[in-house]
Design a binder for this molecule. Structure first.
Ligand SMILES: [Zn+2]
Length: 199
């Protein structure tokens, strides 16, 4: 099915041809079929066109520990980067939602922006496509250059204080002391004996 761009959310010119878009849509749809989304039932597939013409794809992979779930966009970027590719032309993201376009989450926008600015196409199963760019999706992304600006400006962490050699002796003085709240355990003592803070 030929894709029709029904919505454009950027002033930038498209970086890929209609034929390239068709290929990416096909790959993204194929990847969506492999989504592992038993909890949300929200399947997402993505296909990424590298500068060298290679296409990488990925799907969302959920986990019973929900926070460990990885979105399709990040799966795809990691797939490409793991293959030594870091320059991209466009990504297509597809879901099962026909009613509206679904755009990448904030985490994926940040991760993708690490590798520059490229076109982002969001696809609905009815063939409708929305086109935008990463720069439009995340205009003030944190970037590698921001990180280098901050280097060397932070305070150094306080060094961890070595325990004093005499600390273990305090276990003796706690005996017989009735003062409430003044006692702590000496964790370096294998029998976890209590000592008094006030002495
Ligand atoms: Zn995401």
């Amino acid at each position: 099915m030929d894709q029709v761009i029904t919505e454009t959310k950027t002033n930038a010119a498209p970086s890929i041809t209609p034929d390239q878009l068709d290929m990416l849509v096909e790959e993204a749809d194929r990847a969506k079929m492999k989504a592992y989304a038993p909890y949300s039932k929200f399947r997402v597939g993505a296909a990424l066109l590298a500068e060298d013409g290679t296409i990488y794809s990925g799907a969302n992979v959920e986990n019973s520990s929900y926070g460990l779930t990885v979105c399709a966009e990040r799966s795809t970027i990691f797939h490409a980067v793991s293959n030594g590719v870091r320059a991209f032309q466009a990504i297509v993201v597809t879901t099962d939602i026909s009613e509206s376009f679904v755009y990448p989450c904030g985490a994926c926008r940040q991760v993708m922006s690490e590798f520059g600015n490229f076109d982002v196409y969001c696809l609905r199963p009815n063939g409708k496509v929305s086109r935008t760019t990463l720069a439009d999706l995340i205009p003030f992304a944190f970037s590698p250059s921001d990180l280098s600006k901050g280097q060397g400006k932070g305070e150094e962490d306080e060094p961890v204080k070595k325990p004093r050699k005499t600390d273990h002796l305090r276990t003796r003085t706690a005996r017989g002391c009735m003062k409430k709240g003044a006692h702590v355990f000496d964790i370096r003592n294998p029998r976890l004996r209590m000592y008094c803070r006030n002495r």
